[in-house]
Write a protein that binds this ligand. Structure first.
Ligand code: ADP
Ligand code: MG
Length: 625
């Protein structure tokens, strides 16, 4: 019987897992969900909540601790606890100055302009810190799945995240050893969790009040495709501010008892903060609760009763700020409250009854609250992950190469042939030539990595192309083709076009690197990030456009019949613009072209997605759906 068990255990390794996680990487809390038995479910390891506070504690020695335990350390050791790292993603030091003033840790800028936070004498980038959180989320998720190691994932980001912030999120996932299938907007994920993509048409307002941020996003759905019409909000308004109101009450009464100096102690402040949050949460369920500040080490135990009504009166100005943002978002979307068909509440702080009531009154419609507001984004990410995993492999985004691949050229430089994050399978060809007269052979050195010089990259192999007829330098035309198949196997071929002489090698680059190596190499890449960031983004965008062009070209003919003429025309035009943009390296132009192209592909994507969904639904009884 033993070997049968072993077989079962080995199953995930031999048959690639068809599962992918949906991950909500939040400012305050992070969470993973997965598609199971026809619906998304959040993962509860060992029956406990899978919600991971996005908090890291750095003990003087040993490994950093992430999550609940880390948050609990905030009272005893506030200088070595990091909160709200999401705010720093993809940001420079200058952007963050006001924020940093109130934090108990040092921040600096690396030589290349990336922000770094210093804890226990070590410097960390936001990507590295977010990676620690993702690793914890991943670890809990795998435990909840009985030890299965699921590394593919969909990660959500706020709709207002720019390209750099999205890229930083991808990089954090890479550092955590995860493969990002797609980055999805949080409001879109929340709408997917509620199945709103099933509507033919409609406008959705997603109201997201988290721990430290607030945003409201107006989306329109047409044929299962979501489009963001507007987004508004305040990146410094969230549940924490409601806590602060109660903390203010506590401080006003504690001051005369303990003196301002003790009150200013970071540990004391944390204790007040935690007591205030617990009281706020209790007031969600009960009309009356106790506000407590307890610091056992200092023998402090203070309490006071507070009624919900008193709390709500304090909160009213904060709630009104969220409503002004709703007005703003609607006016930007050129819609009236009555034109919103669905309102979705997201974020733990929308559990507060006063928030729910006010939102309902503003939109004149009952918001969706059937799902837990702090789980709904992760659930939606799991829906998206399932679509991506279950859909036709050649049509939807799949694996990407973790590092760039190229060949060494004259002077030890690297000519990158396949850029990192390229979707596989993929293929690219580059032309080379001889550099001395009558040279009859060429040496190829294949390397992997982000650095500009071959000796800084990882060597994957060498091969030679011999038998080139003698001719003057620069006359030989050698095409070098890199091909990565769906399993990640790289084949490199070289062909002299005049004579047809060719040589081929097969290399397995994707599985040879340990996570630590990928991390180190990415870090080295970061060390040069600022100077060539734009270049890299431009290169990445070209690849992305290339992928989209290929996908569009291979699907447009099949989809043409199901699309109206205008959509086809828009798509062809946007594709042409995108191709043109790829001939230059202007980042802004590439971004614009990519965005417009992406928008123009939506009707086709929706059509194809519908076909897939229809196939999946075929044969099921109506009652099942
Ligand atoms: P984020 O998206 O910022 O990661 P969440 O959606 O997890 O955050 O929301 C966290 C916020 O929700 C915190 O301020 C927390 O106090 C608040 N919260 C959680 N549960 C409740 C509750 N029952 N009542 C009121 N606020 C709550
Ligand atoms: Mg959130």
């Amino acid at each position: 019987m033993g070997y049968i068990e072993l077989n079962v255990l080995n199953a995930p390794a031999t048959t690639p897992s068809t599962l992918a996680l949906g991950i909500d990487l939040g400012t305050t809390n992070s969470l993973a969900a997965i598609w199971k038995d026809g619906r998304p479910v959040v993962l509860h390891p060992e029956g406990k909540s899978g919600l991971v506070p996005s908090v890291i504690h750095f003990p003087p020695d040993g490994m950093p601790i992430v999550g609940r335990e880390a948050r609990d350390h905030a009272v005893a050791d506030p200088r070595h606890v990091i909160f709200s790292i999401k705010r720093f993603m993809g940001r420079g030091l200058a952007d963050m100055r006001p924020e940093l003033a109130s934090l108990p840790y040092q921040a600096s800028e690396s030589d290349n302009g990336l922000i770094q936070l210093e804890v226990q004498g070590r410097k960390y980038t936001p990507e590295q810190l977010s990676a620690l959180i993702l690793m914890r989320v991943h670890d809990l998720a795998c435990r909840a799945l009985g030890g299965q190691d699921v590394r593919k994932c969909v990660i959500t980001v706020p709709a207002y995240f720019d390209d750099t912030q999205r890229q930083a999120t991808r990089d954090a996932a890479r550092l955590a050893g995860l493969e990002v299938l797609r980055i999805v907007n949080e409001p879109t994920a929340a709408s997917l969790a509620y199945g709103l993509d099933q509507r033919d048409k409609g406008n959705v307002a997603v109201f997201d009040l988290g721990g430290g941020t607030f945003d409201v996003t107006v989306l329109t759905i047409e044929d299962s495709v979501f489009r963001v019409l507007s987004t508004a909000g305040d990146t410094h308004l969230g549940g924490d501010d409601f806590d602060q109101l109660l903390a203010g009450l506590a401080r006003a009464e504690l001051g005369p008892l303990y003196g301002d100096e003790l009150l200013g102690d970071p540990g004391f402040q944390q204790a007040i903060r935690l007591g205030a949050e617990q009281c706020k949460i209790a007031l969600t369920n009960d009309p009356e609760a106790e506000l407590r500040v307890v610091i056992p080490a200092k023998r402090i135990s203070w309490r006071r009763r507070i009624e919900r009504e008193e709390f709500e009166a304090l909160c009213a100005p904060l709630v009104e700020r969220t409503i002004s943002a709703c007005r703003q978002a609607l006016s930007d979307a050129k819609l009236e409250p009555g034109e919103i068909d669905e309102v979705v509440l997201v974020g733990g702080a929308t559990r507060m009854p006063c928030v729910r009531e006010r939102v309902q009154r503003f939109f004149g419609r009952k918001p969706h609250t059937e799902l837990n507001p702090d789980e709904v984004v992760a659930l939606g990410a799991a829906v998206q992950a399932n679509i991506l995993m279950g859909g036709r492999r050649d049509m939807l985004l799949m694996d990407v190469t973790p590092l760039s691949l190229g060949v060494e050229t004259m002077g030890g430089a690297v000519s990158k042939i396949i850029q990192r994050n390229s979707t596989i399978p993929c293929e690219a060809t580059e032309g080379f030539t001889t550099y001395v007269d009558n040279q009859t052979g060429l040496d190829f050195h294949i390397v992997q990595g982000e650095r500009e010089l071959a000796h800084d990259c990882r060597s994957l192999g060498r091969f030679q192309l011999k038998g080139i007829p003698p001719m003057p330098a620069g006359m030989a035309r050698v095409a070098v083709k890199f091909h990565i198949d769906a399993d990640g196997v790289l084949t490199v071929g070289a062909k002299e076009l005049g004579t047809g002489k060719s040589a081929v090698v097969e290399i397995q680059p994707m599985h040879g690197l340990t996570d630590a190596e990928v991390e180190r190499m990415l870090k080295e890449g970061f060390a040069h990030a600022r100077e060539d960031f734009d270049q890299r983004r431009a290169a990445d965008l070209k690849i992305e456009i290339g992928t989209m062009v290929r996908a569009t070209e291979s699907n447009l003919n099949a989809g043409r019949a199901g699309l109206d003429r205008e959509s086809v025309h828009d798509l062809e035009e946007a594709m042409e613009h995108a191709k043109q943009a790829c001939s230059g390296s202007d980042l802004k132009a590439l971004q614009k072209a990519r965005d417009e192209f992406e928008r123009a592909t939506l009707p086709l994507a929706a059509l194809l997605m519908n076909n897939v969904a229809q196939k999946a639904l075929m044969g099921r009884k109506l009652g099942d759906v």
